[in-house]
Design a protein around this ligand. Structure first.
Ligand code: PLP
Length: 423
């Protein structure tokens, strides 16, 4: 599929007058259109709820936008819980899906009334010791082990992942939790990340639904919800076909009718914890070409770097690049598009065919709306960028200002900025 940016060069030139590059820009219209499609796709399930994976884009303005459409929050840390509370998402609108969880995070999740999703059987005792009880509603994370395949394609390797309980542990955990007073149960699994196929969710649903029937029969508990978690991907490369959420929702419905309804479990709610799918394509990193260098290769140096978007450096991930205003020009030049970190993996693109780039050109790095800004860091003393929201009416809202040196130095109590060490 041809990848097109959601902003034009003219719009960007206007924005840059007020907010200098680099910055992340989000598209309100795209986010809204997508959430509506997701809700429609699962409207057959009465209890359906999406818990937005806060870690993908931990910005209160974006969380609020999703909340207007009934989304809750999927949190996995103390500050993510704080963020949810701040935007008014509390109680069972929070799914706390953490792992290796510190005691104070369980305590805070309980205080907010969040649904706690246990990653391990030993966390039952740990939780009970920490909060003094077992909540009435509780969830457990399942890991089937082995390889997760669709047809003959290996999608991911659950057997090598640190998350979740084995099947035996899950049965035992439900027994223990029931004895300790839990009344409503949930099952959760995340078996493959960034799947660009309509088959992942229905396949995962089949595994979890069949397991749920066995669990309910064997342990006699009431299963209230099944959480399909995240993992629906987005097409980062132009040759990938985007997922069709209607087909995915319909696929899950069919498995539901085949497995849960005949078992008398037609009241089970379906939950999702999508992150990438919710905001990924509706964000981009806008940066300017500031240098051009020709040595053994041709380089374009931009004013963003891996601290603004880590995925290419970390995973070798592809992010499509559009040179604003040159959308129709032939991609006749081969460039490495690089940032300024003293790290040779600080490259947004390697050997990428692009139109001829001149200094001052605006580059749009696509699909940075999830796990983009959020993975940022401060290596080389680089500062995090601003985040902007392109509203439906075309206006721009600053939803997070750019960091300044004061932010960077804020954790040194003994440092008087621009002056000297005050000991
Ligand atoms: C990261 C994560 C998600 C979201 O994953 P996406 O790939 O962004 O959809 C959901 N649930 C849990 C527990 C996660 O760790």
């Amino acid at each position: 599929m041809k990848k097109e940016a959601f902003v034009t060069k003219e719009q960007l030139e206007e924005i840059i007058k007020q907010y200098p590059t680099p910055f992340h820009l989000y598209d309100e219209r795209g986010i809204k259109r997508n959430i509506k499609a997701l809700r429609d796709a699962f409207s057959w399930n009465e209890g359906y709820k999406e818990y937005f994976a806060v870690k993908a884009a931990p910005n209160p303005f974006l969380i609020e936008l999703l909340r207007e459409y009934g989304c809750g929050c999927d949190c996995s840390s103390y500050t993510e819980l704080m963020l949810s509370e701040a935007v008014g998402v509390r109680g069972e609108d929070i799914m706390f899906s953490s792992n290796d969880t510190p005691a104070e995070e369980f305590a805070y999740a309980q205080e907010l009334g969040a649904v706690i999703n246990l990653d391990d059987i030993t966390h039952i005792e740990f939780l009970e010791k920490t909060i003094g009880c077992i909540p009435e509603t509780i969830s457990c994370r399942f890991n089937p082990g082995g390889l997760f395949k669709i047809s003959n394609d290996i999608m991911d390797n659950p057997g090598d992942s640190k998350y979740g309980m084995t099947k035996e542990q899950l049965f035992e955990a439900f027994d223990i939790l029931k004895k300790k007073g839990a009344k409503e149960f949930g099952i959760h699994a995340f078996l493959a990340s960034n799947t660009v196929t309509n088959e992942y969710y229905p396949m995962l649903a089949k595994i979890l639904f069949e397991l749920a029937v066995k669990l309910q029969r064997k342990t006699g508990v009431h299963i209230k919800f099944i959480n399909l978690s995240g993992g629906i991907g987005i097409p980062y490369t132009p040759d990938q076909e985007p997922n069709d959420i209607r087909i995915i929702g319909d696929g899950v419905r069919r498995v539901y009718e085949e497995v849960l309804i005949p078992a008398g479990m037609g009241d089970v709610a379906i939950y999702t914890e999508l992150g990438r799918f919710m905001t990924g394509p509706y964000g981009c990193l806008v940066t300017k070409a500031i240098h051009e260098k020709h040595t053994y290769k041709d380089y374009i140096g931009v004013d963003a770097c891996a601290v603004n978007l880590m995925r290419p450096a970390m995973y070798g991930a592809y992010h499509h690049i559009t040179v604003a205003g040159k959308e129709k020009k032939a991609c006749s030049r081969k460039y490495d598009v690089v940032g300024s970190l003293c790290e040779n993996n600080d490259k947004f693109a390697i050997d990428r065919m692009l139109p001829e780039i001149e200094k001052g050109d605006i580059l749009i790095i696509h699909d940075t709306g999830a796990h983009g800004f959020a993975m940022g860091y401060n290596y080389n003393g680089k500062l995090k960028s601003a985040e902007l929201l392109l509203r439906e009416d075309g206006s721009i809202q600053l939803i997070r200002r750019a960091e300044t040196p004061s932010d960077y130095f804020a954790t040194f109590d003994c440092f008087d900025i621009g002056k000297k060490l005050v000991k």
